[in-house]
Design a protein around this ligand. Sequence first.
Ligand code: MLT
Length: 309
Amino acid sequence: LVLLAYPAAADEYPSRPITVIVPFAAGGPTDVVARIVTASMAQTLGQKMLIENIVGAGGTTAATRAARAANDGYTLIVGHMGTHAAAVPLYSRLPYDPQTDFAPISPLAGTPIMILARKDFPAKDLQEFIAYVKANTEKLNAAHAGVGSVSHASGELLNSVLGIRPTGVPFNGTGPAMDALVSGQVDYMCDQIVNAVPPVRSGTIKAYAVATPARNAALPQVPTTTEAGLPSFQVQAWNGIFAPKGTPPAVIATLNAAAAKALGDEAVRNRLLDLGSVIPPPAERTPEALATLVKSEIARWTPVLTQLH
Ligand code: MLT
């Protein structure tokens, strides 16, 4: 009996389940977007996509792991404005380069940032919030998902715009940070709308503003920062799916087609839109669009965050 081993051909990809690393805790915004989109991609690809939550260091532990994974298309990562942009100026020895250590696949969702507080925070609108945090900066606790995360970078920007220095409280993701906000253990947080929609709708936290030029249809009652008198605070985060650098182009093309199709699927779109996400239009569901986004976001955040540190 002779056993012949054939290397797997690109046209057989994927022939086994694909691991998708999420760099934060389950239940948070990155995890939720990743699960919605990859469930649809898995149907297209005919293979399971298994989410692995790897937490720590504001998402950079997971991004380091993904950058060093085998580049065979079986380990991917859902990165975001933090891991692939804001972390660059915040870590003097970031173990990966977001621009050269990854093969971008597609942007997944834009996620507007909101200013949120615990339910009993003593301010009824953004102007009262601003007055209160300025007067009480020493006793304030601001939650975030670790240095370099979206909530950390946008929180730092808000604190700098307001000239306040609260105590930062890091969590392994804004899933657990939101639990702490709902239970009143922390005072406020800047977080992605995807994570904020359920507790704002159920009235378990307060939302003061959304930091985009227009209101969001998922929470139409919440004013923009411009309407509420803080026009200089504008942040929309984003997620994208990446493979390690050197992943074969045919594999990237297969994954890109599955991601682009998922973003056009009505059930996926309805879930993402219901959570306030901004879905990239078809022309932007490309590896090139994600590479451009990473480059421009590093250029945007580097001077802002370098100045604050
Ligand atoms: C962040 O702040 O970077 C994210 O919200 C983290 C997460 O997905 O939990």
